[in-house]
Design a protein around this ligand. Structure first.
Ligand code: NAD
Length: 319
């Protein structure tokens, strides 16, 4: 990282940011990874490592942080997720698009070594292939979140091609984790179901039982991010965002796997507006570019993820 030694994570308190910040601190040293989010700093947060309040829409403040604190890499995770974006599309557009543009602008100005920004399977839509959706296919996003991700991918490629800014990106599927609550995405059911199974033994799912979606356990998502960021630049041909796949399942299949551990677990279905979004997304993703170019391999199958989630929830969250 030349003379700029610090890593800045924006959106550090979110579902992904919580675990990515911890993983980066473990790898690069806690003092070298600065966590930032729109929420105020608390003593508890600062105990884990440097943390400060930052609104990514404040470009001047972002520039000051980057230049004064010797930042050489930015992981930009701050966003409004798919389902929440639909309730206030213009606010979501501003945070998701202007936030990314601010990060790209500041990264170019202060010559970041690398930038990471996650995209999503939400760039796909009804005209995309339902199964094994390929890397290079025109997007067809139906949500304001997906439109922003699609546009953001092209902005990332533009900054790479025009200005040589090394921006790297992954199109994540739905992420499952236990450390932080999900942030209002269409795939949140796959996190909520575990809390409900452990706490009450039953769950009412807002998607239909046979809604198959691509998903990933958070440890795989964190490892993928670190592996992509460590890959030699000349290996990477995709400068929009890499398709990435791990597990595909329906709510019924997930519930059946949970029932192996909690035999009395009951699930019911009451689809809401999120069904429409889920129906527009592919049920599986072709990630051969990530596999060939930087060696991506998922580790967690559905059964591994369910065992691990329940074990951690019982031991650490609801002990
Ligand atoms: P999240 O909603 O859990 O976290 C986002 C964080 O950004 C929150 O802590 C929030 O406080 C912060 N934030 C919001 N507005 C901000 C602002 N103006 N300035 C600074 N911080 C702000 O989201 P997540 O699940 O951690 O997602 C992280 C990234 O990964 C996002 O870009 C998201 O689109 C992408 N992604 C997530 C999933 C998933 O299933 N969670 C799937 C695909 C892609």
């Amino acid at each position: 990282m030349r003379n700029k030694s610090k890593i800045l994570v924006i959106g550090a308190l979110g579902q992904m940011g919580t675990e990515l910040t911890a993983a980066l601190r473990e790898k690069y040293g806690w003092q070298n990874v600065l966590g930032a989010d729109i929420h105020p700093a608390t003593a508890e947060l600062q105990e884990k490592g440097p943390y400060f309040k930052l609104n990514v829409l404040n470009k001047t403040m972002l520039g000051r942080v980057v230049s004064n604190l010797n930042v050489g890499q930015i992981y930009h995770l701050a966003a409004v997720l798919s389902a929440n974006s639909e309730t206030d599309p213009f606010r979501a557009w501003e945070i998701n698009m202007q936030g990314l543009l601010n990060v790209l602008h500041v990264s170019r100005k202060y010559q970041m070594d690398k930038v990471f920004w996650p995209s999503s399977i939400a760039i796909f839509g009804p005209a995309s292939m339902r199964a094994a959706c390929p890397q290079h296919v025109g997007g067809d996003p139906m949500t304001v979140y997906g439109i922003g991700k699609q546009a953001g991918e092209f902005w990332c490629r533009y900054y790479y091609q025009q200005y040589g800014l090394d921006v790297r990106s992954i199109r994540f599927p739905g992420l499952v984790s236990y450390t932080a609550k999900p942030g209002g995405g269409t795939t949140d059911y796959a996190v909520e179901i575990f809390d409900a199974a452990v706490q009450t033994g039953s769950y009412q799912c807002y998607l239909k039982e046979n809604t198959g979606l691509p998903m990933m356990y958070m440890p795989d998502a964190i490892r993928a991010t670190l592996e992509l960021m460590e890959s030699p630049e000349d290996k990477l041909s995709v400068r929009t965002s890499y398709n990435l796949a791990a597990i595909n399942f329906t709510p019924r299949e997930l519930a059946a796997e949970i029932t192996k551990h909690i035999p009395d677990f009951k699930i019911s279905y009451s689809p809401d507006h999120r069904q429409h979004i889920a129906d527009s997304w592919p049920s599986s993703i072709d990630d051969r570019f990530a596999r060939h170019e930087w060696g991506w391999r998922p580790k967690f199958k559905l059964s591994d993820m369910v065992s691990d989630m329940l074990c951690h929830l019982r031991k650490e969250v609801y002990a």
